[in-house]
Design a protein around this ligand. Structure first.
Ligand code: NAG
Ligand code: NAG
Ligand code: NAG
Ligand code: NAG
Ligand code: NAG
Ligand code: NAG
Ligand code: NAG
Ligand code: NAG
Ligand code: NAG
Length: 649
């Protein structure tokens, strides 16, 4: 078992070359990418104005007379009110108008073709000064609000008006009578908002200049505007075809501080899909802290701020409701907020990443194989806040749905995470479910982790013989010390000792086929047709074996593909460690490089093309992809330097 770290190279079939003089160039590249990586996932609350849509004109069944604006033509339940009158004398909402209170949601039901009207008496809302209301918001929201509102606010203060935020969520919508036949979705609700205090009956037949018309998107609407008067609005349900049955229900809230219900209509990497196996998936949030202050860390670790909804995409029942918290709460197959599917997903707080920032992790089990899922992150502020009434922005926020898939059913890749030594590992590894020893996946994790740990201990012994603690004049480098070397070695070691597994049916070109000629755990083999394709490689270890003989001997996972470790992990190692240790990297295009290291590919979209500790399916720059250009730069630099000396082992 006591393999030395050098033999570890041998087993991985590396061949060396010595680019240590590339250090300064790579150092600045790495600094640049780290900078972008760390600061490229802002947490922003979208308060974008909805586009104003034209009034729908498909309802020709009513008498349209010129003064319709002052009537309530479509409401079967509410009496029309003809004349605007002074609300301050009456002191309550007129008949036919529900009165909305600041930051208090109202729940309504609507049959098709009907309308519900609301009044938001602005005069009742105590005017708090903007700084005071900011105090009620969390830091992240303060920033956003500050940025987005400052200009508008200054203008409004001058004009003695306030900003009014109207937001709503569709909780229920008509369901298809026969889901197998209906591919369309029921139509969305529409919000009408009056532009003046004199016009109390916004709706389908009112004149456009008198009102704003905002259609719901995926079951939600956010709309804000400056107002100096009581606000009248209406929510209208359209007629629905006979393919659907049932009615609508929704929640609406008005506020002078912040949208009560909110959603993000673009992907900002708030939720990140890390990896999956045939029955599970691992997702986590962006980092929730930006400091290593133990007090802040501890506080962040003590509560779980988010909930998660997940839903198999082959079921359409959440379509049209993906921005609606109460809609997802009712329809999503897995709804953590409701305790539904908690046996399928475990939520926990973790610290991962070199900086040790806090994230919330969602670890799914017992999903269907080869399936595509929606994962939707959400936050219920009415639970996480101190439950004070009228809390600014105290409602629910929904983030854009992300896609994640499960692997096919051969079950020879398994997700492991929360290892003791390789604590950054959170991905699928070669596995064999028929081995009694690995029935519990935690034991599989321990098996891989132990191997890495033993190698690290050998390395540590060698490192301790180097002048790490020496005064700087005697240290191996003025810019690097043994801490840097140990970190780089650990990153490299954990990635090469714990290979990342993909299903054999994944045809991404950067994946390395492994153990092609071996049987699957259940005894099946690849089809003759596929085997014939691999015939030319039958004598190549990199195709007919797993990454290490250890894996073939103990696990025998059978055919799988490997997401190869990124080449920069090796360059990073060589750059950070003393030359005495004799580390070196294979030259690109050499025998030792091919089939052993992968390269970041900036064109591959959100899928990582090589593995490193923390690689995930993100949208924007991640270290592996961002450094793509840098690694190319480094490569040509190395080649230009004329370094050769390939040692095939
Ligand atoms: C909407 O539904 C009502 C009630 O079924 C019906 O009277 C009306 O004609 C419908 N309108 C349109 C435009 O289909
Ligand atoms: C798995 O598929 C079955 C249908 O075969 C479905 O009823 C079930 O909800 C699915 N489970 C999940 C977690 O997607
Ligand atoms: C959904 O997927 C599961 C397997 O993941 C499958 O068994 C089921 O038949 C699918 N349902 C539909 C409606 O396609
Ligand atoms: C999810 O996948 C669909 C195609 O299947 C794509 O149109 C959509 O943009 C993807 N969503 C995200 C957030 O990547
Ligand atoms: C590495 O060795 C040093 C002493 O040389 C020791 O303090 C440290 O705990 C060791 N680290 C590991 C992970 O074994
Ligand atoms: C090594 O250098 C880093 C900065 O690069 C520094 O933070 C750390 O304290 C140093 N470690 C030792 C043991 O000198
Ligand atoms: C990968 O390619 C093989 C044929 O080369 C094909 O049978 C298989 O369906 C492909 N897999 C996917 C997921 O497209
Ligand atoms: C693999 O090795 C065997 C035995 O040495 C040989 O017969 C066969 O031709 C080789 N296959 C290829 C593709 O080179
Ligand atoms: C795999 O390749 C090695 C040569 O690297 C060869 O000796 C061995 O026979 C091959 N094994 C299989 C199962 O083809």
């Amino acid at each position: 078992m006591a393999t030395s770290y050098r033999e570890c190279h041998f087993e991985m079939h590396f061949s060396p070359l010595q680019p240590r003089f590339a250090a300064p160039a790579l150092a600045s590249f790495l600094q640049i990418f780290l900078y972008f990586w760390l600061f490229s996932t802002p947490f922003a609350v979208a308060l974008d104005l909805e586009p104003i849509l034209p009034v729908p004109s498909d309802h020709g069944d009513l008498d349209i007379s010129p003064d319709l604006a002052a009537r309530s033509p479509l409401s079967p339940t509410y009496e029309p009110v003809f004349t605007p009158f002074d609300r301050s004398i009456i002191g309550r909402a007129a008949e036919g108008w529900e009165s909305l209170k600041d930051n208090e949601p109202f729940e309504g039901k609507l049959d098709e073709g009907s309308i519900l009207r609301f009044e938001f008496p602005l005069s009742d809302v105590s005017s708090r000064n903007p700084d005071e209301r900011r105090l009620e918001l969390r830091d992240e929201e303060k920033e956003n609000l500050a940025e987005e509102d400052d200009d508008a606010e200054k203008l409004e203060r001058r004009q003695n008006s306030r900003r009014v935020y109207i937001s709503a969520n569709t909780c229920e919508q008509p369901m298809p009578v026969d889901p197998s036949k209906t591919t369309s979705l029921p139509p969305q609700l529409t919000l009408f908002v009056s532009k003046s205090a004199d016009f109390m009956a916004p709706g389908l037949f009112a004149d456009d200049p008198q009102q704003w018309v905002v259609s719901f998107t995926e079951g939600a609407v956010m709309f804000d505007f400056p107002a100096d008067h009581n606000v009248y609005m209406a929510v209208h349900a359209p007629n629905v075809s006979d393919d659907f049955t049932g009615s609508y229900s929704f929640k609406i809230a008005a506020s002078t501080d912040h949208s009560y219900f909110s959603f993000k209509d673009r992907n900002t990497n708030d939720l990140i899909w890390v990896d999956s196996d045939s029955q599970g998936a691992l997702l986590y949030t962006h980092s929730l802290t930006a400091t290593n202050d133990p007090e802040v860390q501890e506080k962040a670790l003590s509560s779980q701020p988010y909930v998660l909804f997940a839903h198999n995409q082959n079921d359409t029942s959440i379509n049209g409701l993906k921005y609606s918290y109460c809609g997802l709460q009712k329809r999503a197959q897995i709804a953590l907020s409701d305790g539904r599917g908690t046996d399928l997903v475990k939520s926990s707080m973790i610290t991962r990443g070199a900086e040790g920032f806090v994230r919330q992790q969602f670890f799914f089990r017992s999903l269907n194989s080869s399936s595509k899922y929606w994962g939707i992150l959400a936050k219920d502020r009415s639970l996480t806040s101190n439950k004070r009434q009228n809390q600014a922005g105290g409602g629910q926020e929904v983030f854009q749905a992300i896609n994640f898939t499960t692997k096919s059913d051969h079950n020879n890749c398994a997700l492991i995470t929360d290892l003791e030594f390789c604590n950054e590992v959170a991905y699928s590894v070669p596995h064999n479910p028929t081995k009694e020893q690995f029935k519990d996946l935690r034991d599989l994790g321990v098996w891989y982790d132990t191997f890495a740990k033993i190698n690290y201990e050998n390395f540590n012994k060698s490192l301790s013989q180097i002048q790490c603690e020496a005064p700087s004049s005697q240290m191996y480098s003025l810019v690097r010390n043994c801490t840097d070397c140990a970190r780089a070695y650990k990153n490299w070691l954990c990635t090469v000792a714990i290979p990342r597994c993909e299903g054999f049916d994944n045809n991404d070109s950067w994946l390395q086929p492994r153990a092609v000629f071996q049987p699957y755990p259940n005894g099946e083999r690849l089809s003759d047709e596929v085997l014939a394709q691999f015939k030319p490689f039958e004598n190549m270890t990199s195709f007919n074996r797993s990454r290490s003989t250890r894996i073939d001997e103990t696990i025998t996972p059978g055919p799988h593909k490997e997401l190869l470790p990124c080449d920069w992990l090796c360059y990073d190692l060589v750059r950070n460690c003393p030359a005495k240790l004799g580390f070196s990297c294979p030259k690109p295009d050499s025998i030792g490089f091919e089939h052993n290291y992968g390269q970041p590919d900036p064109d591959a979209g959100r899928t990582p093309t090589c593995n490193y500790q923390g690689a995930a399916h993100t949208l924007s720059a991640a270290p592996g992809r961002f450094s793509g250009g840098d690694v190319w730069g480094l490569r040509s630099w190395v080649i230009l330097a004329g370094v050769v000396g390939v040692l095939v082992t």
